[in-house]
Ligand binder design. Structure first.
Ligand code: THU
Length: 128
């Protein structure tokens, strides 16, 4: 895995707005043309309005006109996996891509969209 992407995810984590959980998450999303989009979690006093780092990165990239993603890195204190909602959104917008989970000390775990969300529900399941 490209260490630049890991550094960008760790840097994004520093931008997290997480006064309620104090759990800071950063994401770095690489596009096919080599751009990198950052995301961090952004919490709200009305808790359910919180958005995760992964979705912030994905939605920023989509809003910037991107639609071809090649790698996602997610940085947390302890290198844990994305939540279920983010797994579904990653599958929708990225399909099968490599995903690297990185801890604040730099320990990496390699996985992928389909490993995180086996037998995913997707566009094809809606029929014609
Ligand atoms: N969080 C993420 O940013 N990504 C995930 O995949 C899991 C959870 C955030 C949401 C909330 O701000 C904090 O972590 C604790 O749940």
């Amino acid at each position: 895995m490209q260490s630049k992407l890991k550094d960008v995810a760790l840097d994004a984590r520093k931008k997290a707005y997480a006064p309620y959980s104090n759990f800071h998450v950063g994401a770095a999303l690489e596009t096919a043309n080599g751009e990198i989009y950052q995301g961090c979690n952004i919490e709200n006093a009305s808790y359910s309005l919180t958005i995760c780092a992964e979705r912030t990165a994905l939605f920023s990239a989509i809003a910037a006109g991107e639609n071809n993603f090649t790698h996602l890195v997610v940085a947390t204190e302890n290198g844990v996996s994305p939540c279920g909602a983010c797994r579904q959104v990653i599958w929708e917008l990225c399909g099968e891509i490599p995903i690297t989970l990185v801890s604040e000390t730099g320990v990496c775990t390699e996985t992928s969209s389909s490993q995180l969300l086996p037998q995913a529900f997707g566009q094809q399941d809606l029929g014609s």
